[in-house]
Design a protein around this ligand. Structure first.
Ligand code: IVH
Length: 664
């Protein structure tokens, strides 16, 4: 592979993964299976390993990010990692081989069910719960303590230690999930797709009373930081928690070697259908803590544990219709409208069919019985047609020739699988573009969701981003259900978004291939929209994380007179006019790697990261000899000693602020 191809593929994979991370962790609404996600991750790490020189700096540590505005962010004393996944016995064998190689003996495992919920860390001081924090980005998470006050057993525990962090999973009983969804449907609200998404959404409600009504449950499976050397094995740890009357992942089994562990996994795969909550796999952990410490962890996951994901569940149902959904770039995606069916506890009425080729390859026809498959908690997919149940005269599906929204002719561009509507003023595309622009990942305009955008496009003639900023109270007051309060809220939110950082505007434009990460790179390298609008392919290709494909897409976007005109109008309305000084190579922090530890006083960790990154520095999770500075806040934990050992430059907060040009 050529350098340019490798760089572009690496950048594209990182971008894709970042998008799926945002959907999974941020939105609790994943669109691909864990297996598909892991396959993408593997492709990326293979490419990074094969072309280390072209790989640049990875975008994220790899555990996603569930932090939400509105919560207080708290640093974890020890990073909250994720788990590597295995989907076959062979992958578990490879895991065992690695363990045996390192330990020189057959491992003893603790095998536990993998409950399907949201990871949290419960921090105790002398047995009193101080706070519950979500995983966040692995280094710091959201304080969600108030949302779990309805769980009396976890508030005060029999732990005799000064400091103890218990790691666990917040989840919902299947029966609560069904009850809540039924209530929502009765209230005319959209039901949640599955229990995991509902648990994640409930944990992140900003109203603790509403959250507590969702009947969230919690069980524990692991140990974070602890002031004492308390347990020698995972089994002893779980047994103690049970003695303290705390809920743990049960049943757990201690076994020798994979042959025995596999029998337990098979039992758990049967047992899971009788459990009152969802489990999507089994976790194999080295039982001995001394061995766990010996093996350590990567940036994403411990080397001493692995999650085996159960084979996906399947169900059959009828395909009533195939409808077309138009995306913001005009790509038309076929969607299967199904006879409702319950699969692994979720009620399924729709499934994506991806593209015309996929329909043709599987020969899916309207009226067919189809096999639906669902792995873990993701959106289900149609894997095949039940040919024996097909009526003899069922016609093959003919992909429509016209856009369902504007009726313009659909086109298939060379080398693309997708059909596209090329009419840039197609109302469906306009709606999708506005939804993306206003979304939390881009301009983050509150009160401007799908329903309001649909009204604005249909009734107020809003056709592009600039029109949003020209809206007047009169334009809104004539919309159905828009009272003065709603009008004021929306206009204030639109006004506030004028101050959004420039990268949000760049991301919001929806330039193909330009996600949030690339938008940040562009802004930090070029500094203003005016420069970005003029930039040529060679200049852009040289920027980290952009590559030739990204560069070509950006130049193509700005070459359009309609887009230039749109940007002129936005500029005249004061949107995207900020100048942020480009991160200059002579800036002393540019290119330096930082690790933050302990609690900072003047800045939150997220602010510190943002400010350092704005100066071209990188903030990473793990201390290694490649790190240039460790910034130490209060209660720093073990990183301080390790940094000394490695000879890394250690700063206190005052030094950090001085480097950022701030007074303490
Ligand atoms: S151990 C260092 N044990 O699955 C990470 N995790 O996909 C240790 N989970 O982040 C995790 N049941 O949120 C562990 N018995 C169990 C689990 C479990 C569910 C979750 C947890 C973890 C995720 C990884």
């Amino acid at each position: 592979m050529q350098k340019t191809d490798a760089t572009a593929s690496i950048a594209a994979l990182r971008e894709t993964l970042a998008r799926h991370d945002a959907l999974y962790y941020g939105e609790a609404a994943p669109v691909i299976t864990d297996a598909q996600y892991d396959a993408l991750k593997r492709q990326l790490s293979d490419l990074e390993a094969a072309y280390p020189l072209f790989a640049g700096v990875p975008a994220a540590a790899g555990v996603g990010d569930d932090r939400r505005p509105g919560f207080v962010q708290v640093a974890h004393s020890e990073p909250m990692l994720s788990l590597d996944n295995a989907y076959s016995f062979e992958e578990l064998q490879a895991f065992e081989k690695r363990l045996q190689g390192a330990l020189g003996q057959l491992p003893t495992y603790c095998v536990e069910p993998k409950v399907d919920g949201v990871a949290v860390s419960c921090v105790y001081q002398k047995g009193q719960l101080l706070r519950v924090v979500t995983r966040g980005n692995g280094l710091e998470g959201d304080d969600v303590t108030l949302n779990l006050l309805h769980l009396p057993k976890i508030q005060r525990i029999a732990a005799p230690f000064d400091y103890l962090e218990l790691r666990g999973e917040v989840y919902l009983l299947q029966s609560d999930f069904e009850r809540i969804n039924q209530e929502r449907e009765e209230d005319g609200l959209t039901p949640f797709a599955n229990a995991r998404n509902l648990a994640a959404g409930s944990l992140k409600l900003l109203d603790p009373k509403a959250a507590q009504k969702r009947s969230l449950k919690l069980l524990f499976y692991g140990l974070g930081a602890c002031s004492e050397q308390a347990w020698e094995t995972q089994e002893a740890f779980l047994t103690t928690l049970k003695a303290w009357e705390l809920p743990v992942n049960e049943p757990f089994f201690v076994v020798q070697g994979l042959a025995e562990a596999w029998k337990v996994i098979e039992q758990l795969d049967v047992l899971r259908h009788t459990l009152p909550y969802g489990t999507d796999g089994a976790v194999l952990k080295l039982n001995e803590r001394a061995f766990q410490k010996q093996l350590g962890a990567t940036a994403k996951a411990p080397r001493w544990a692995i999650a085996y994901k159960f084979a996906p569940s399947q169900a059959q149902t009828r395909l009533h219709a195939i409808t077309l959904q138009v995306g913001r770039t005009g790509v038309v995606t076929p969607v299967a409208q199904l006879e409702p069916v319950v699969l692994d506890g979720s009620r399924i009425v729709r499934a994506t069919l991806h593209n015309a080729d996929e329909i043709a390859r599987k020969d899916i026809r309207v009226g067919d019985w189809v096999v639906l498959e669902k792995a873990g908690e993701v959106i289900p997919a149609i894997v095949s047609v039940v040919l024996e149940r097909r009526q003899p005269d069922t016609p093959a599906f003919v992909f429509p020739k016209n856009c369902p929204s504007c009726e313009g002719a659909l086109t298939r561009l060379p080398q693309e699988v997708a059909w596209r509507c090329l009419n840039a003023t197609c109302p469906a595309q306009v709606r999708r573009r506005l939804e993306h622009f206003a979304s939390r990942q881009a301009m983050d305009i509150k009160h401007l969701g799908e329903a309001v955008i649909a009204l604005l496009v249909e009734r107020s003639g809003v056709g592009d981003f600039a029109d949003i900023y020209a809206l007047t109270p009169q334009d809104l007051l004539c919309l159905p259900q828009f009272k003065e309060r709603a009008v004021q809220n929306l206009l204030e939110a639109i006004e506030a978004s004028r101050q959004a950082p420039l990268w949000r505007v760049v991301h919001g434009l929806g330039i193909p291939l330009v996600g949030a990460t690339m938008a940040k790179e562009l802004v930090s390298a070029l500094g203003s929209m005016a420069i970005l609008r003029q930039a040529d392919v060679p200049t852009l290709s040289r920027l980290p994380g952009v590559g030739p494909l990204g560069a070509a897409s950006i130049v193509h976007f700005f070459a359009s007179p309609a887009n230039q005109e749109l940007l002129d109008r936005l500029e005249a309305l004061g949107v995207g006019t900020q100048h942020s000084p480009p991160a200059h190579p002579q800036n002393p922090l540019a290119g330096k790697r930082f690790v933050l530890t302990g609690t900072l006083q003047a800045l939150t960790r997220a602010e510190a990261c943002e400010r350092l990154e704005a100066l071209g520095a990188r903030v990473v999770a793990t201390l290694s000899s490649k790190v240039d500075y460790l910034v130490v806040g209060q209660d720093p934990g073990s990183k301080y000693a390790k940094a000394k050992e490695l000879g890394i430059c250690i700063w206190d907060e005052e030094q950090l602020l001085a480097a950022l040009g701030e007074e303490f």
